[in-house]
Write a protein that binds this ligand. Structure first.
Ligand code: ZN
Length: 260
């Protein structure tokens, strides 16, 4: 019998030199991750390759991983993109479509802009998105590396009722579609969702739903709660251990259950 494979999904947010900032990895450590994946022959997947694997339609090499970025911060374009490209890796960005829309209305002066840390970025994303998040042109330029898909339209959605959620997700999907992104994948903002929201997202045509829960991803045709590993601001030694753990259906499954 073929040994079951679990594909680790890595979750990044910021790559910048704001060392110690929330959900941020330094360019040095990020490059160490990229180099490790490249040197060790990892296949980094597109969103649809990952989906095909989950559905049992695509066989993958043992060393496979999906790299994801949440929120679409400007450092993904200014820093992470260059490093991923250097090592010929693929990745995906889950963008907050309202931020991208509004960032695209203002012209950015140059690429030499200040890179905000997470706290600053969260504020700027609402007040002055062009200086905090990627715009549609950036996403177009990065197509050789990045797929992009929805992270909702408004991101801070806790108070929304079901009808408002429906409007938010449908609008986000139409923005993604209009700009040629991938409309089958959705990453829940803040990792919050309910069984009702899963049904709603599916009824709108989102097939693969990404969580912030850690765990293993098997070819079991269940795409409603994709597990991810929140990366640490550590070098490739850490990554190597995390990949080894979450490539193993048994070890990764046990670890995710006991380590909360
Ligand atoms: Zn987010």
């Amino acid at each position: 019998m073929k040994k079951a494979l679990s594909v680790p999904v890595l979750m990044y947010h910021h790559v910048s030199s704001h060392k110690g900032a929330l959900v941020t990895i330094t360019p040095e450590n990020f490059e160490s991750h990229a180099k490790f994946l490249s040197d060790n022959g990892y296949k980094t997947l597109s969103l649809d390759e990952f989906l095909a694997f989950k559905k049992g339609e695509l066989e993958l090499p043992k060393k496979s991983a999906l790299i994801t970025f949440d929120d679409g911060w400007i450092d993904n374009y200014l820093v992470a993109y260059r490093i991923l490209k250097k090592y010929s890796l693929k990745a995906a960005i889950f963008v907050v479509t309202d931020w991208v829309e509004r960032a695209s209305e203002d012209k950015r002066a140059s690429d030499e802009i200040y890179i905000p840390n997470h706290r600053e970025g969260k504020k700027l994303a609402y007040e002055e998105p062009a200086s905090a998040v990627v715009n549609w042109d950036d996403l177009e330029k990065m197509r050789d590396v990045f797929d992009f898909a929805s992270h909702s339209n408004a991101h801070d959605n806790e108070e929304l009722g079901m009808d408002e959620w429906r409007d938010d997700l449908a609008l986000s999907k139409s923005h993604i579609k209009a700009h040629g992104g991938n409309t089958k994948h959705l990453c829940w903002p803040r990792g919050n969702y309910t069984p009702e929201l899963i049904d709603l997202a599916r009824s709108l045509g989102f097939e693969a739903l990404y969580t912030t829960k850690r765990g293993v991803n098997l070819a079991d045709n269940d795409t409603s709660e994709i597990k991810r590993i929140s990366v640490k601001d550590k070098d490739a030694k850490w990554l190597k251990g995390a990949l080894r753990l979450y490539s193993s259906p048994i070890l990764g499954g046990l670890y995710a259950r006991f380590k909360r």
